[in-house]
Design a protein around this ligand. Structure first.
Ligand SMILES: Cc1cc2nc3c(=O)[nH]c(=O)nc-3n(C[C@H](O)[C@H](O)[C@H](O)COP(=O)(O)O)c2cc1C
Ligand code: SF4
Length: 441
């Protein structure tokens, strides 16, 4: 049940994006920025953790784990360092919320980093950014410098002047697997980015084997609003178990794609309406609720409330709310082949089911797309995906199985057609293109 009026937007994180130079400290402060940091410093760290725990904020990086609960897992202080690491790797196909957020409003993230660090007793926080986005890297570096020069970060913080906080922005080399929290930690330590065996979990032995909180950009950026406005305000948005506001990124065959910050529980039908509908003369064929690693949905799922529970009950996952929309001109086989190539390319090679399975799934998808499938290919594909799912070392393997299994579930006949007919013949690719030489279709 949605506690907010259906179909309404709740701009909180996106509210400042159209202000004049919203990425500057002066603009951020003119719009209420860093008031939550002052407020948090007047509270005890334990009270900040308790407030975030009670707010119902769940991690915005995909899995939806309760944020305050994660913070509370850190063992009691032992005099050694404890770390906050912000996951800004954002590489899931279709996901495009953290990068625009950091580009438009880096200070809300830095304010969230300051509050979270204080709450968990961390004096050195890291933001691990996907390497390709050099423009965002520069923007974050500039924002950290501005905050430090203004005395908001650095030494002698707080009413007693006894709290110090250093923030390091680190640009990775651009690997999807480095978004997996333990691979990220290895990469940050200068090692090859591959997932670690868990337990121990990062809360106990994370960065440099010290207690560490890893949280997504949007999770941490949501913290200042909660501290400023309180838990009743936050809980009034969204659903009972999926509280608050979230950025929904709609891309693909809609008239006006973009970011829509809305309460959890909004539906895809409402979001498509906000986008001005499907492009003229076309109808919806399938969509992803949370990026390419979440099982696809079809028209029958348009009214599923986009919260963790309802999307899960309907057979997919909310993931990163990367809603990719495909109309009837699209070849499912072609799209799934593209995603499968992505997962094969990004597989880190550490475990056999994912390393070998993604390789074989890619081979089969390529021949199905070319209309050169062999008898039994669809069954084999489904079997390989089934053998990867739940048997891989990390969730990247599971992710590679999702588009294949859900694609076959809803559009098996298109996969079977790949035994005789090229996808390009069934679905001429130029009809799917959003742009033509003449411009937007
Ligand atoms: C292959 C893979 C890639 C991931 N990429 C990201 C990412 O880019 N950003 C992110 O926040 N979480 C990503 N995650 C999830 C993280 O492992 C982790 O759950 C998340 O950073 C926790 O933050 P949260 O609790 O605030 O959501 C990825 C997970 C996997 C398995
Ligand atoms: S599932 Fe894939 S990405 Fe994850 S550890 Fe295994 S090989 Fe690496």
């Amino acid at each position: 049940m949605s506690l907010t009026t259906p179909g309404t937007l709740t701009p909180v994180l996106t509210d400042r994006w159209d202000k004049d130079a919203p990425y500057t400290l002066s603009s951020y402060r003119d719009n209420g920025g860093y008031q939550a940091w002052d407020k948090a410093l007047s509270m005890s760290p334990e009270d900040v953790v308790a407030q975030i725990k009670d707010s119902g904020l769940r991690g915005r990086g995909g899995a939806g784990f309760p944020t305050g609960l994660k913070w509370s897992f850190l063992p009691p202080p032992d005099g050694g360092p404890r770390y906050l690491v912000v996951n800004a790797d954002e590489s899931e196909p279709g996901t495009c919320k953290d990068i625009p957020l950091m580009m438009a409003d880096p200070h809300v993230l830095i304010e969230g980093v300051a509050i979270t660090s204080y709450a968990i007793g961390c004096t050195h926080a890291f933001i691990y950014l996907r390497g390709e986005v050099v423009h965002v890297y520069r923007r974050l570096l500039a924002a950290v410098r501005e905050a430090k020069e203004a005395g908001l970060l650095g030494e002698g913080l707080g009413p007693r002047g006894d709290y110090n906080l250093e923030v390091t922005v680190h640009a990775g080399a651009g690997a999807y697997i480095c978004g997996e929290e333990t691979a990220l930690l290895d990469s940050l330590e200068g090692l090859r980015g591959q997932p670690r065996l868990k337990p121990p979990f990062p809360a106990v032995a994370g960065l440099y084997a010290r207690p560490t909180v890893v949280n997504n950009v949007e999770s941490i950026a949501s913290v200042p609003g909660i501290i400023n406005h309180g838990n009743d305000w936050f809980k009034a948005m969204g659903t009972e178990k999926s509280a608050g506001h979230g950025i929904f990124s709609v891309s693909g065959h809609v008239k006006n794609p973009g970011q829509f910050e809305a309460p959890f529980g909004i539906t895809m039908r409402e979001l498509i309406e906000m986008c001005g509908g499907m492009r003229d003369g076309h109808r919806l064929k399938f969509w992803t609720p949370g990026g390419s690693s979440t099982p696809i949905f079809t028209e029958e799922h348009l009214d599923v409330p986009l919260d963790y529970e309802a999307v899960g009950a309907a057979g997919s996952m909310l993931g990163t709310r990367a809603l990719q929309v495909f109309d009837e001109t699209t070849s499912v086989v072609r799209v799934v082949r593209g995603w499968t190539e992505f997962y094969q390319h990004e597989s880190c090679g550490k475990c056999t089911p994912c390393r070998e399975g993604t390789f074989w799934m890619r081979q089969i998808m390529l021949r199905l797309e070319a209309g050169k499938g062999q008898p039994g290919d669809v069954e084999l594909l489904d079997e390989i995906a089934g053998n990867i799912l739940g048997r891989s070392f990390c969730a990247l393997g599971d992710a590679s199985a999702s588009p294949i299994q859900s694609g076959i579930k809803y559009f098996r006949e298109e996969f079977e057609a790949g035994l005789t007919t090229p996808a390009r013949e069934l679905f001429p690719y130029e009809k799917t293109a959003v742009f033509s030489e003449a411009g937007l279709r």
